[in-house]
Write a protein that binds this ligand. Sequence first.
Ligand code: CO
Ligand code: CO
Ligand code: CO
Length: 321
Amino acid sequence: MGPADLERLVKGLDLYTDERTLLGVGDDAGVYVYGGHVFVHTVDFITPVVNDPYLWGAISTANSLSDVYAMGGKPLNALAIVGFNNCELDVGLLREVMRGCADKLREAKTVLLGGHTVDDKEPKFGLAVMGVCPSGKFLSQEGAKPGELLAITKPVGVGILTKAIKEGMLTERDIQDAVGYMLMLNDRASELALHVEASACTDTTGFGLLGHAYNIARRSKVRLSIKFSKVPVYEESVFFVKRKLYPKGAMENYNFIKENLINEGLDWWQLLLLTDPITSGGLLFTFSEEKRQELDKKAQELGINVWVIGRVEEGEGLRVC
Ligand code: CO
Ligand code: CO
Ligand code: CO
């Protein structure tokens, strides 16, 4: 079974398409060309990951914009999607969510054009975003080649931390590092991926590092090999996952990819860290080994972190060691 992603839901349907569609359902965003401009369209919304509504609004906004950056695009405008229960929750909270969104959109130089609110028991917030690829070039999940390296731009393990917050075992203040990363736009990471001419790129979100790595492997028809010791993880996530505190999504994600995974000696808790659902995670991309030094140089120039966590091999699926 696995997650009910849209690609699966529309498989075999006679969807209308036209010659302007460069990339349809299945990647981080759709790509559509019109009047010589290459546009990128995406939508994403999430339930609260932190208690502070302002932070949640800002994080969700960064998360929604991320799919445009994953395609190598620049966001232009957005529409808000809001699920909220007026009877149970104070509208003031929602104002705070929107204030967080407004600040993040300003940082991303993205215009809010409108949106839609709906009555919903569990709050949800996100954006549909339209972006553009100024050079006409875009990144997708296809194109990784054997021999290349695999890099990521933010640590993993944030799902475990937000679970610990929901259980009252941590507060936002305990995970400032992770909140900082969730708030961070992937604009510079996108610039980095474009700079090293990434062959395949995606952002890391709900399917966890391995789920998103698997998407690249599947679409590029290669195997991705990941070295656990090279993967950046939050210290507190290790602490909690070893004590069996992790979101159920981590296990679901693991079950989804396990048949396509060669595990060379990782413990259960290490695997769960790699499948832990991520919110507003970093970009995951493959690139030529020749650009290795260029990668570090450019990342430093941009003021962001990047970790090389594995490589691309012949074959299919994933290998972890
Ligand atoms: Co994505
Ligand atoms: Co997304
Ligand atoms: Co409406």
